[in-house]
Design a protein around this ligand. Structure first.
Ligand SMILES: Cc1cc2nc3c(=O)[nH]c(=O)nc-3n(C[C@H](O)[C@H](O)[C@H](O)COP(=O)(O)OP(=O)(O)OC[C@H]3O[C@@H](n4cnc5c(N)ncnc54)[C@H](O)[C@@H]3O)c2cc1C
Length: 153
């Protein structure tokens, strides 16, 4: 026999995180956790939301395994399968286990500094470069009214 005392309870993020209803999903790979704690991704989500567009952010398994995002946001074979109108993959290598969870998105845009990265094989549009430099420009465009063709709901 032993007694258990609950010292503290902590509520973690759960549920679908809006990933099944979002028109646009912006997903970050492991570097987004290491380099800016997903800040630019969250800022872009907020910019879309301010335009009345349902947006959500996701993460790769590497990002989740490193503790940068909760499992409820993992996209891929062992996470969620999503099909938004627009999927933006930021600093994601494009491993098959990730691609299987997002390949049926209507439009896929990838940003990666490695032009040979596998993610470009499933992308409709690719931007080669450092996401830390590219994302602020995209956020400004969205704030100015560019919405990748998406309409406010
Ligand atoms: C059984 C099994 C199940 C799995 N299930 C899943 C799953 O559900 N979902 C999933 O995502 N993975 C899953 N994986 C893991 C998968 O194989 C990959 O390891 C993972 O997707 C890679 O994550 P990543 O792209 O974030 O990281 P990395 O492979 O480390 O790639 C990072 C990428 O970022 C680029 N980069 C780095 N810095 C910058 C920068 N500043 N600007 C722009 N680009 C940059 C690099 O060029 C690189 O392409 C699974 C694996 C196994 C074995």
């Amino acid at each position: 026999m032993f007694a258990v005392e609950i010292l503290n309870t902590e509520r973690k993020e759960g549920g679908d995180q809006g990933l099944f209803t979002a028109s646009i999903i912006i997903t970050g790979g492991r570097p987004c956790g290491e380099l800016d704690d997903f800040k630019l991704i969250k800022d872009l989500v907020q910019a879309f939301e301010q335009k009345g567009i349902a947006a959500a952010w996701g993460a790769t398994r590497q990002a989740v395994d490193h503790g940068y995002a909760p499992y409820s946001r993992q996209i891929g074979q062992t996470g969620k399968t999503v099909r938004p109108k627009v999927y933006i993959a930021i600093a994601i290598s494009g491993a098959i286990q990730h691609v299987s969870g997002m390949k049926d998105s209507e439009k896929i845009i990838a940003i990666n500094q490695d032009r040979h990265s596998n993610i470009f094989n499933c992308a409709d549009y690719g931007i080669v470069g450092n996401y830390l430099e590219i994302m602020p420009a995209i956020i400004k465009k969205v704030q100015a009214g560019f919405t990748f063709g998406l309409k406010a709901s």
